[in-house]
Design a protein around this ligand. Structure first.
Ligand code: SF4
Ligand code: SF4
Length: 195
């Protein structure tokens, strides 16, 4: 009985396992590539819609360099890892002439409307080294001013570089978008492959 198992049944089981393994390998071997040969090829933006990179600010539709952020601090309060630092704008100090004018208006019983600080933040710094990409800041932002970036090719060589000034990044992105299109377009990856 043992000889039958050793010389007949076991080899059949081994061959069957081998065939199953080869079938799976063959199936994936014939599928089109889902990876690219970076840096010779890059992934198109439309294929990055589900990619969740670092957190970044969203600009206003009419002024892309200006964040939709209203400095409410909800993201800072709710972030479990303390990655975000937002500094509110300060009210501009009134000139002595303005102060005098307000005082006189108040004495006359008039309503004085004093200037308020702008709502957009003065500073918005994000520490990517601490972020767990949990999305709590994005979910809690009442102004819908935060999103995960599709910045897939971003690299940093030190922890310091991973502290990102999100206002500067937004400004840079807005400038890039408003820049005129290059005269010659880069060769598409597929064309490069064929060449
Ligand atoms: S994704 Fe999560 S950990 Fe990262 S900044 Fe937002 S709340 Fe903090
Ligand atoms: S990004 Fe959103 S949650 Fe954070 S301070 Fe600005 S408005 Fe508030």
């Amino acid at each position: 009985m043992n000889a039958l198992r050793k010389h007949v049944i076991q080899p059949i089981i081994d061959c069957w396992s081998l065939l199953v393994g080869l079938k799976i390998t063959g199936k994936y071997f014939c599928k089109p590539l889902i990876t690219v040969h970076y840096p010779r090829q890059v992934i198109d933006d439309e294929n990055l819609t589900t990619y969740g990179g670092h957190v970044e600010l969203i600009g206003k539709p009419k002024d892309p360099a200006m964040p939709k952020c209203i400095s409410c601090m909800m993201c800072v309060t709710n972030c479990p890892s303390g990655c975000l630092k937002v500094v509110k704008q300060k009210v501009e100090k009134p000139t002595p002439e303005q102060e005098q004018a307000w005082k006189e208006a108040e004495e006359r019983g008039e309503k004085v409307v004093k200037p308020k600080a702008p709502k957009n933040p003065a500073k918005f710094v994000y520490d990517y080294t601490l972020c767990s990409l949990c999305g709590t800041c994005i979910d809690n932002c009442p102004a819908k001013s935060l999103k995960f970036s599709n910045n897939i090719y971003w690299v940093a060589t030190s922890r310091k570089e991973m502290k990102i000034d999100l206002l500067a990044r937004l400004k840079g992105q807005a400038t890039d978008l408003s820049a005129p299109a290059p005269k010659t377009e880069a060769k598409p990856a597929a064309a490069e492959k064929e060449a």
